[in-house]
Design a protein around this ligand. Structure first.
Ligand SMILES: Cc1ncc(C[n+]2csc(CCOP(=O)(O)OP(=O)(O)O)c2C)c(N)n1
Ligand code: SF4
Length: 278
């Protein structure tokens, strides 16, 4: 989170842009947007000092729907963009939004190294276990038997465990939320944004169009039976053995965030160009 003094009396509506979302009716991402604005209001963030960065996908449309600064980048590269931004402007609060395709497939390598670097930002992945924007291809979190015309008979591949991968790679805060519980999700986002270092929040957010079965998540989610631990091995064991629907903060680490000393460095472009002259 930035060191900027919060404003007083902000309302969630103060963080909405005048762009109307074009998600399908019933898409979980509407509630995620609601949780973002509620969390920003609870923290009293100044929109001009807050940046929402994303890649490509339905979920990645979210920056356009807030009135903070936004960067709708290219597919899978949101964390690379956000890292550059936070390193050069550590005073800003940086929240990164992604989908399971954007973040775990094409962006998977950036995910590992963002966790490892532990730069102070919040990474939110709206996981709907499918590529929504491109009409329903399986993602790294899709079940092996997801049987559609695009993956006849299912892929037969086991989904991977993003939260455990985040822990193993060094993320400093790991949580799971459900879009259908916007207040609880907002509270988790508040804690994630306040927590120093790289905070990872996976939000189960149904794609009602290509995964209508995910409407049932509402009846499957439940609060995690125990509070967060500061022991990554314990957290990983719990996550590996839970049912995938434990909601809450699962790990809070105490690693010092990485703060490269190049912040506010100025570059003379003419000098730089000279270095690359042929
Ligand atoms: C380099 C590149 N490859 C592929 C695409 C096509 N593409 C756009 S969004 C997307 C997947 C999005 O899925 P996900 O991140 O899960 O987001 P959702 O739409 O489900 O929210 C793909 C493959 C692209 N835009 N750029
Ligand atoms: S395709 Fe799925 S993820 Fe995309 S807007 Fe529609 S319901 Fe949401």
């Amino acid at each position: 989170m930035s060191s900027i003094e919060p404003r007083l009396a902000c309302k969630p509506a103060d963080y909405k842009s005048n762009v109307n979302p074009i998600w399908c009716p019933g898409c979980g991402d509407y509630h995620v947007l609601m949780s973002f604005t509620r969390a920003f209001a609870q923290l009293g963030l100044a929109p001009e000092n807050t940046v929402v960065v994303s890649g490509i996908g339905c979920s990645s449309r979210i920056p356009a729907y807030t009135n903070c600064y936004g960067f709708h980048g290219v597919h899978g590269r949101s964390l690379a963009l956000a890292t550059g931004l936070k390193v050069s402007r550590p005073d800003l609060t940086v929240v990164v939004a992604s989908g399971d395709g954007d973040g775990y497939s094409i962006g998977g390598n950036h995910f590992l190294h963002a966790c490892r670097r532990n730069i102070d930002m919040t990474y939110v992945v709206m996981d709907n276990r499918v590529y929504g924007m491109t009409k329903g291809q399986p993602s790294p979190t899709t079940e092996p038997d997801f049987d559609t015309a695009l993956s006849p008979g299912g892929t037969g591949l086991s989904p991977f465990h993003p939260l455990v991968i985040a822990l193993a790679s060094g993320a400093n805060f790991v949580a799971r939320a459900f879009s259908g519980e916007p207040n609880e999700t907002a509270n988790i986002l508040v804690e994630a944004i306040k927590h120093p270092g790289f905070s990872f929040v996976e939000i189960l957010s149904p794609c009602v169009t290509f995964r209508p079965d995910e409407r049932d998540w509402k009846s499957q989610v439940h609060p995690a039976p125990v509070g967060p631990t500061s022991d990554p091995a314990k957290a990983a064991r719990r996550i590996m053995t839970d049912d995938g629907f434990n909601i809450g903060i699962l790990y809070r680490g105490a690693r010092a965030p990485y703060r490269p000393k190049i912040a506010n460095a100025t570059v003379d472009l003419a000098e730089l160009e000279k270095d690359f002259e042929l």
